[in-house]
Design a protein around this ligand. Structure first.
Ligand code: ASP
Length: 333
């Protein structure tokens, strides 16, 4: 994949064909699809930069392939996030951080901008791809959020195979947890600095029908207390989508983002008239100035305009559209 400096204005100059919205928020004619993903925002060490870059590039390509053949934005973000859940580089699916008990405990969310339907799972321990479970909830349940055993039972009843928690645990993470405990690595959410490892994954997409969707999946934070849920899977915090504003996914220390309901806050700025890139930058400024929070954010609106921002040293991201294919480990406007 070609790497070059991407400027949001590149996408402004090549807006997809667009017609007016129906009252439902759905668009009337085909538009050019856009797929944008992130793979965590932190001080990604040099020796794993390539793995992060390859991971986000492959995920964006997988998601875009779905959109290009006419697939929905929901199918697109699912494909992109599954690719990163299956990639052990990231803190999602197999290879996630371990909680204090040495177990993988996963959270994920997906939201549909056309209907505002959403699906979330929290604290699941036996699902390899929790984003698939989130999508099943979105498409097949009248409910929005399931946790723990209930989430796993729902997933199983809807055709998702369960696995052993050990299947999700890497030796690398056992060693990392041991080291963290030795160093007295405590949970200090509000004092989180930009250097701590957070490798949550997320995707936002615009499909040919002009609809947007968002998806976020995570193993949460290293050495977290069992039962802790971060922003990633909570609607409006780590994931939000509305055709009338934007589809948004965040990464970073979850507690400040939850308190600010950051994804919805950012989508609202777009609805009020900010271009997505300005909204992304404003969101990070709000996060830092209000709660000293650190992280990253991606978004896309129904016009195909994107926003990418982080206030950590690095964030893995990749964008694929008809107009631009780009990726990076740091995003600069
Ligand atoms: N936001 C996630 C959480 O707090 C962590 C991350 O983005 O990596 O659980």
């Amino acid at each position: 994949m070609r790497r070059f400096t991407f400027r949001p204005s590149d996408m402004l100059s090549s807006l997809p064909r667009l017609a007016g919205t129906f009252p439902s928020g759905r668009f009337a004619v085909a538009v050019d699809p856009v797929m944008l993903v992130h793979g965590g925002a932190w001080a990604i060490p040099d020796d794993v930069v390539d793995a992060h870059l390859h991971g986000v590039q492959a995920a964006a390509a997988a998601g875009f392939a779905v959109l290009q053949r006419g697939g929905s934005c929901l199918d697109g973000v699912e494909a992109a996030v599954v690719a990163m859940e299956d990639d052990e580089t990231f803190d999602a699916g197999r290879g996630s951080f371990l909680n204090m008990d040495g177990r993988v405990q996963l959270d994920a969310c997906m939201m549909d901008g056309a209907t505002l339907r959403a699906g979330g799972v929290g604290c699941v321990e036996h699902i390899r791809n929790p984003i698939r479970a989130a999508k099943k909830i979105l498409t097949e349940s009248p409910h929005v959020y399931f946790v723990g055993h209930g989430a796993e039972r729902f997933a199983h009843q809807h055709g998702i195979e369960l696995c052993h928690n050990d299947d999700l645990v890497l030796i690398r993470e056992v060693d990392r947890l041991r080291e963290a405990k030795k160093q007295g690595y405590l949970q200090m959410p509000d004092e989180f600095g930009p250097m701590r490892s957070v490798d949550t994954v997320g995707a936002v997409a615009l499909d040919r029908d002009g609809n947007v969707a968002a998806a976020t999946s995570t193993g949460g934070t290293l050495n977290k207390a069992p039962g802790r849920v971060g922003d990633s899977s909570l609607i409006g915090c780590g994931c939000y989508a509305d055709n009338l504003s934007a589809a948004v996914s965040t990464t970073g220390w979850g507690e400040p983002m939850m308190k600010l309901v950051l994804s919805k806050w950012t989508a609202d700025r777009v609805e009020q008239g900010l271009v997505p890139q300005d909204a992304a930058q404003r969101a990070l400024y709000y996060l830092k100035s209000r709660l000293n929070g650190h992280g990253g954010i991606i978004l896309v609106d129904c016009k195909g305009r994107v926003g990418i921002a982080h206030n950590t040293p690095r964030m893995a991201w990749a964008l694929v559209s008809q107009a631009a294919t780009s990726s990076g480990i740091k995003f600069e406007t």
